[in-house]
Design a protein around this ligand. Sequence first.
Ligand code: NAD
Ligand code: ZN
Length: 252
Amino acid sequence: MKFDGQMLASIAKAKQIAVFTGAGVSQESGIPTFRDALTGLWENFAAEDLATKRAFVQNPELVWGWYEWRRSRVLQAQPNQAHLAIAALEAFVPSVTVITQNVDDLHERAGSMDVIHLHGSLHHPRCIQCGKPHTLETGISDGPDGGRHIPPPLCTHCEGRVRPGVVWFGEDLPINEWGRAQRLARACDVLFCIGTSSIVMPAASIPRIARENRACVIQINPTPTSHDHQASYVLRGTACEVLSELRETMGW
Ligand code: NAD
Ligand code: ZN
């Protein structure tokens, strides 16, 4: 892949880089994107039918089972070359912040020091009633590959059901994280937008905010998305392919 010279110069002289990521960045670690996560037991569901508070209240075993299956996939996965390239950028640029929609912890495990989770985490569940955090067992559950129904644990404080620590459809983004992400989008010199279909609002407005504030917006995705027109550069390929090549070209 031949990279545009001006794009390389923008990265080389950037003081602040924001890296906005979605499910696609973890795809090459074997973590299914949203659409691909609806296999096995969940093939007859839409994400909107599982990732809501209403679904959890109506069928807690089904929804908790889906999240436990996803969490066990993450525990078995390793960060890939894309996560590692993003983490390595920190030695090359004065300030790098990852703004992720992902609920896995692969950026942190790759070594990224500053990660904003806009949609929460699979690893930090809490009580649906009193909000107290719940500690999960660290081992990997050996459930069937297609997943199974699992009753959620009960809160040790109030006996309410424990819910996944993620942001569901219809819920607000965590206010501090969202505020910081918007400020970074306004302030950064370069914004990478990697592996996100960007149809989930309001997180999807991050590339637009960056562009309106004259950042160089670099889009990395193997397929076209509805926000390609907002990018300064569109790099067609998987996150691992493109970031490995870029890292090699620039020597970071
Ligand atoms: P999405 O599933 O809507 O879109 C994934 C995007 O990644 C698509 O545009 C696809 O073309 C692209 N893609 C697929 N393989 C890729 C690769 N190898 N390299 C680069 N790009 C690739 O995901 P989204 O935009 O993140 O939004 C959906 C929601 O799904 C988010 O809110 C997120 O919380 C949740 N989610 C998270 C995870 C995770 O934590 N790993 C997994 C599934 C879903
Ligand atoms: Zn409780």
